[in-house]
Design a protein around this ligand. Structure first.
Ligand code: NAP
Length: 336
C-alpha cells in the first residue's frame, strides 16, 4: 500500500510517499481503508522531532492522526463494527499512521462516520473535536450562561470549539485576525477580538473559562484574565521549543516543572484551575460528536484539500499557522 513516511526527523521534504507493507491486525483492531486524513500542527511537531520526548517513533514511520474510511476487516474480539462500515477516528500516538491507504486501529478509538458528511469532511473532525471536548466539557465543565474565550477561533480546534461552546449554551468570545471575523461569527461567536491589535487580557477580563491554544506567555496571561475561581484549559505546552533548546529529556523536565508551577500558582493566588489537555482517543466521545454533526449543531470547516502525493505541501501550509479551519488529505483519488 502507499503511505507517507519520514525516515528522519526534519523539514516537510522528509515526507516521502512510498510502498510499505500493510499493517497487522490485532484481536481488538479494525482494519480501515483510509479515504481521507487531516494534517494537524502536532504532525508537524512530530515530523520535526519536537515531540520526541513523548512520542517515540520507530523510523521510518507513517504519520497522521485523523482518518475517515471504510472497515475492511475486524479483529476476533471486536464487537460493534462490521466490514463495510464507514468510520472516522483519531488513533493514539502509538498507532498513528493515517497518511496511508490502510491502517489498523483499536476499535474503541473509532466511531461511525456522520452520515451527512463526506470522508474528506469527516476526516477533519476527530482530533480537533476530541481536543475541544476534553478541554471544554471534561476539563473546564463549561456550563450554559458562562462566558468563554476561545483563542485562535479560526483554526482547527477553534472552529470546532466555538460551535461546541455554543451548543453548551455559553457566550463565546474568540480571537483571530480580521480576515476571519465573518467565518467565526458564522460559527456562532458572539464577540470577536483582533489579536494583532487588541490585548485579550483587557477585552476578555473576567471570563469564566479560557481555551488557550497559543502557548508561551499567553498561558500566564490567561491565568490573569479569567475570573477568580475560573478555569483555563491549555492545549499548547511549548515542548518543541524547549526540546530545540535543551534536548528532549531536559526539555520535557522543564516543561513539566513549568506547568506544575503555573497550575499551583494559579490555584493558590486566584483559585483558578489550570488543566493541560492532551487529546484522548475515545470512540464513545466521537460517537457523541457524530450525533451533534448529524443534528446540524456542528459543521466541519475545511480550508484546503491536498492529495496524499502533495503531503509535504499540506505540512508547509499548516506550518504557516494561518489555516482557516482544517487541512485535509485525500488518500483515495475517487473521493470528491
Ligand atoms: N493538546 C492537544 O491535544 C492539542 C490538540 C490539538 C491542537 N493542539 C495545539 O493547539 C494549537 C492550535 O491547534 P489548531 O489545530 O487549532 O491550529 P491551526 O489550525 O494551525 O491554527 C491556525 C489559526 O490560528 C490563528 N492564530 C495564529 N496566531 C494566533 C494568535 N496569536 N492568537 C489568536 N489566533 C491565532 C490563525 O488565525 P489568523 O489566520 O486569523 O491569524 C489561524 O486561523 C497548536 O499548537 C496545536 O499543536 C493541541
Amino acid at each position: 500500500m502507499r503511505a507517507a513516511r519520514i525516515h528522519a526527523y526534519g523539514a516537510a521534504d522528509e515526507l516521502r510517499v512510498e510502498d510499505v507493507p500493510a499493517p497487522r491486525l490485532g484481536p481488538d483492531d479494525v482494519r480501515v481503508e483510509v479515504h481521507a486524513a487531516s494534517v494537524n500542527p502536532v504532525d508537524v511537531k512530530i515530523r520535526s522531532g519536537g515531540q520526541r520526548a513523548v512520542v517515540w517513533l520507530s523510523l521510518p514511520a507513517t504519520l497522521g492522526l485523523d482518518l475517515s474510511g471504510v472497515v475492511t476487516e475486524v479483529g476476533a474480539r471486536v464487537r460493534g463494527f462490521a466490514v463495510g462500515d464507514e468510520v472516522f477516528g483519531s488513533p493514539s500516538h502509538r498507532r498513528m499512521g493515517t497518511y496511508a491507504e490502510e491502517i489498523s486501529v483499536r476499535a474503541n478509538e473509532l466511531a461511525r462516520k456522520p452520515r451527512n458528511l463526506t470522508h474528506l469532511e469527516a476526516a477533519s473532525l476527530p482530533l480537533v473535536g476530541l481536543t475541544a471536548w476534553d478541554a471544554l466539557v471534561e476539563a473546564c465543565e463549561l456550563r450554559a450562561g458562562e462566558r468563554v474565550l476561545i483563542q485562535a477561533g479560526s483554526g482547527g480546534v477553534g472552529t470546532f470549539a466555538i460551535q461546541l461552546a455554543k451548543h453548551l449554551g455559553a457566550t463565546v468570545l474568540t480571537s483571530c485576525s480580521p480576515r476571519n471575523f465573518e467565518l467565526v461569527r458564522g460559527l456562532g461567536a458572539d464577540e470577536v477580538l483582533d489579536y494583532r491589535t487588541q490585548d485579550f487580557e483587557e477585552v476578555a477580563a473576567g471570563v469564566d473559562v479560557i481555551l488557550e491554544s497559543v502557548g508561551g506567555e499567553a498561558v500566564d496571561k490567561a491565568l490573569r484574565t479569567v475570573r477568580p475561581g475560573g478555569r483555563v484549559a491549555a492545549i499548547t505546552a511549548g515542548l518543541p521549543s524547549l526540546t530545540a533548546r535543551y534536548g528532549p529529556a531536559l526539555g520535557l523536565g522543564m516543561m513539566v516543572a513549568r506547568t506544575l508551577k503555573q497550575a499551583l500558582g494559579a490555584r493558590v493566588r486566584r483559585g483558578v484551575r489550570l488543566s493541560f489537555v492532551t487529546r484522548r482517543p475515545d470512540g464513545q466521545v466521537l460517537g457523541r460528536i457524530a450525533e451533534l454533526v448529524e443534528q446540524g449543531r456542528i459543521r466541519p470547516v475545511v480550508d484546503r484539500v491536498f492529495d496524499l502525493g502533495a503531503i509535504a505541501d499540506a505540512h508547509r501550509y499548516v506550518e504557516t499557522g494561518h489555516a482557516r479551519g482544517k487541512v485535509v488529505v485525500r488518500v483515495r483519488p475517487e473521493d470528491p
